[in-house]
Design a protein around this ligand. Structure first.
Ligand SMILES: [Zn+2]
Length: 95
């Protein structure tokens, strides 16, 4: 885990605590701007049980394509842009 990921985790944790502490205010604000009624309308009209089942089945059956292209070095966590046995940044063996 890199330092950037740890910093992002700390920021997400801080935002989650602040949101949880002000949950009632956030819910009232979301209802006031009309987001909750809009989400309820979308759920009732478009997210039926059948559509959720079809979406999950498609997500399971269709490969994402990122696994073959976006590899990362296990040592320095840099993005490997080309296939090869060694990392271009640190020289570690990756494949
Ligand atoms: Zn590396």
């Amino acid at each position: 885990m890199t330092i950037a990921k740890r910093k992002l985790g700390v920021l997400i944790a801080m935002a989650a605590v602040i949101l949880l502490a002000n949950a009632a205010t956030v819910v009232f604000w979301l209802n006031w701007i009309g987001l909750i009624p809009f989400a309820t309308y979308l759920r009732d009209e478009y997210l039926t049980g059948t559509s959720i089942t079809v979406i999950i089945a498609i997500m399971v059956l269709v490969p994402s394509g990122m696994a073959c292209c976006a590899r990362r070095c296990p040592v320095c966590d840099c993005l490997l842009s080309r296939r090869g046995k060694y990392c271009s940044e640190c020289g570690s063996r990756v494949g």
